[in-house]
Design a protein around this ligand. Structure first.
Ligand SMILES: [Zn+2]
Ligand SMILES: [Zn+2]
Length: 248
């Protein structure tokens, strides 16, 4: 089961001249849809583009999600170092693979892949933040030192993509309650949450603990701790030397 050819044709047709009256900030339109067999199962890829800044985004779709209710959705922000290279400074690649694997086994679902590197701060700034973390600061401190909020991502684009795919309601695969609130603010009907638990590795544990403590993620990490985390780190000075960086 996939999006049938007549529906593909209808989506492409209705997107042909699409432009939101609100302006360029968060408008995307579907440019093409193709089959994408993957090691995680049969997918289709939907290519989106923002016609103002030409930024491109993707939806990886399993099953026929068009007009389906309560569709499982994972929203993934691009992470070159994690997704493509396998960096252990973050859990992006594990989360991406886990969500593609799980959705690939479900009746239907979508992984939205947003091209907003480093939680929206861009690739160069992400590496600047890593450099600060190499010097001992945690993710949140490093982003603040560079003048960014802890999470600059904007879910307006994700909401638009779901709307373009005619998905009326979703269950979001996330540990981040803010993500759910952001989506709701942008008009997405979120009817549930699917937890996504990845065991930490030696490098990303401090980053995941920062996520849990300072960004409100529901990760349940501290029970698994063998030794307590560095209590002096979050509000005081530099934390672990290997403290990893922003994901996304
Ligand atoms: Zn639009
Ligand atoms: Zn990452």
């Amino acid at each position: 089961m996939e999006i049938p050819p007549e529906t593909v044709a209808r989506l492409e047709q209705e997107n042909q001249d699409h432009r939101c009256p609100g302006g360029p900030e968060s408008c995307v339109r579907i440019h093409a849809i193709a089959k994408l067999p993957t090691r995680f199962g049969g997918y289709q890829v939907v290519a989106f583009q923002n016609d103002w800044d030409h930024r491109e985004h993707a939806a990886f779709v399993h099953g026929n999600v068009v007009d389906a209710k309560e569709v499982p959705v994972r929203i993934h922000s691009e992470c070159l170092t994690g997704d493509a290279i396998g960096s252990l400074r973050c859990d992006c690649r594990d989360q991406l693979i886990d969500s593609l694997e799980r959705i690939g086994k479900m009746e239907r679902g979508v992984v939205l892949y947003l091209r907003q590197e480093g939680r929206g701060i861009g690739f160069v700034n992400k590496i600047r933040a890593y450099e600060l973390q190499d010097a001992g600061y945690d993710t949140v401190q490093a982003n603040e030192m560079l003048g960014f909020n802890p999470d600059e991502r904007d879910y307006a684009i994700a909401a638009h993509m779901l709307h373009s795919l005619h998905i009326p309601s979703v269950r979001v695969m996330t540990n981040n309650p803010d993500k759910i609130e952001d989506l709701k603010r942008h008009g997405v009907d979120v009817v549930g949450r699917i937890p996504l638990i990845i065991p930490p590795n030696a490098y990303d544990r401090p980053y995941l603990i920062t996520k849990q403590r300072r960004l409100g993620h529901l990760l349940d990490l501290e029970q698994e701790e063998e030794s307590p985390p560095d209590e002096s780190a979050p509000d005081g000075g530099p934390s672990h030397r290997e403290a990893p960086g922003p994901s996304g």
